[in-house]
Design a protein around this ligand. Structure first.
Ligand SMILES: *[C@@H]1O[C@H](CO)[C@@H](O)[C@H](O)[C@H]1NC(C)=O
Ligand SMILES: *[C@@H]1O[C@H](CO)[C@@H](O)[C@H](O)[C@H]1NC(C)=O
Length: 384
């Protein structure tokens, strides 16, 4: 059978894809060899809201002064159903981790379907009845408001400090046997270093996010997510002077288990290093009888490249991940529509481990060495 036909069957039936090998993926790292990263323009933050199977999200990570870690997220998704065309669904998700880790009820999670979705004229702002995620006119901050679930009323402002970026020029990794006409892609845009203000109000109290650190990611999976990635790693670090972010995915074997790593280290004054030359390694792990996966217990994340003055930059965060703060059975927790996309795929048992490690960023810029403590949030996701 021709590859495109097999791909179409996999696409519609939700089955695993055939093995195309690494030649059917063009990593954004290829662009990054020449142009490690590109600063974002306003139009790069527009919702694509593709009219084909996709999952698109805007996610904000915020760290309160009191020690909470929260993420709030809008998910837009389309599923191509073979009987009845396209089904569009939107969801607002809020996850709040309380400062004291390890306690039984150490987090709050809400997930609410949204309806009457509208975008503004240039598609950078999202409105749906009880939820709004709006980019300011000068493109320097977002306001995120949601009263879609009374257990977590969100009223946050996330302001960019320094530029946003995407890896290479397009920020995209393309999938397909004819890469001039790819059948899928993954794209990420980042605001690595931001300041938060505002609050998340739970039934117990109003949690203040004033003067907190924050990050923002706009992610687009222009294909079935479990076809694009079998594994993910994510790390977000904020110190007084430096912030670091890393997003790494490994494609399924059908695309040669190709690793795509996008990362950045930044200060208030701008990006120190960004691009695709990072690594994420689980340096130790243990059997998790519940999930069947190897739960990481120690990890090492590295960034490397050159800064704007041509100095060599090497960054590393490594050590114990500490006790996990949660392990999410993605099939239980994800909104129904993502389940629809993933369901039926053979060998797919997605679990997401979440951590709040207490580690330091070690940085070498030319001859200068820096060690910085900070707040950190990490994820390890296993899909297939
Ligand atoms: C916004 O999205 C709509 C629908 O996808 C599209 O037709 C329009 O061209 C977009 N506008 C801009 C300014 O990109
Ligand atoms: C990334 O690493 C490769 C191999 O070590 C090196 O050749 C390349 O110059 C690096 N790219 C950047 C942008 O630092």
């Amino acid at each position: 059978m021709f590859n495109w036909a097999k791909q179409q069957i996999a696409y519609v039936a939700g089955t695993q894809e055939p093995v195309y090998g690494p030649s059917a993926v063009k990593s954004v790292a290829e662009e990054a060899e020449e142009t490690p990263f590109t600063e974002l323009q306003r139009e790069n933050l527009a919702w694509l809201a593709m009219q084909s199977t996709c999952v698109e999200t805007q996610i904000f990570y915020a760290y309160s002064q009191a020690g909470h870690v929260a993420f709030v997220e809008v998910i837009y998704s389309n599923v191509a159903l073979h009987h009845s065309g396209l089904r569009t669904t939107c969801q607002f998700v809020c996850k709040l981790f309380y400062p004291k880790v390890g306690k039984p009820k150490s987090h709050l999670w809400t997930s609410t379907p949204l309806s009457n979705v509208e975008l503004n004229d240039d598609n950078t702002s999202f409105f749906a009845g009880e939820c709004e995620v709006e980019l300011s006119e000068d493109s320097s901050f977002y306001t995120i408001k949601s009263s879609s679930d009374e257990r977590a009323i969100v009223d946050l402002k996330v302001s960019r400090v320094g530029p946003g970026f995407r890896a290479g020029t397009s920020g995209s990794t393309y999938f397909g046997t004819d890469l001039k006409n790819p059948w899928g892609f993954m794209r990420h845009a980042f605001w690595p270093r931001c300041v938060s203000e505002g609050s998340i109000t739970t039934k117990e109290k109003e949690i203040d996010f004033k003067d907190g650190h924050a990050s923002f990611i706009h992610a687009l999976q222009g294909m079935k997510p479990h076809h694009a990635a079998a594994k993910w790693n994510f790390l977000n670090f904020h110190g007084d002077k430096y912030s670091a972010i890393m997003m790494e995915f490994t494609t399924p074997a059908s695309y040669g288990s190709t690793v795509v790593n996008v990362g950045c280290i930044t200060t208030d004054d701008g990006i120190v290093v960004a691009g695709c030359n990072g690594t994420a390694t689980h340096t130790d792990s243990k059997d998790d009888p519940v999930t069947g996966w190897q739960e990481p217990t120690e990890a090492r994340y590295t960034w490397s490249g050159t800064d704007k003055d041509g100095k060599t930059v090497e960054g590393v965060i490594e050590g114990s991940l500490g006790d996990k703060i949660d392990c999410v059975d993605i099939m239980e927790e994800v909104p129904g529509f993502v389940k629809t996309i993933i369901a039926g795929a053979v060998g797919t048992r997605p679990y997401l481990y979440q951590f709040r490690p207490e580690l330091t960023l070690k940085l070498k810029i030319g001859d200068e060495e820096v060690v910085e403590k900070g707040k950190m949030y990490a994820e390890a996701t296993f899909i297939s």
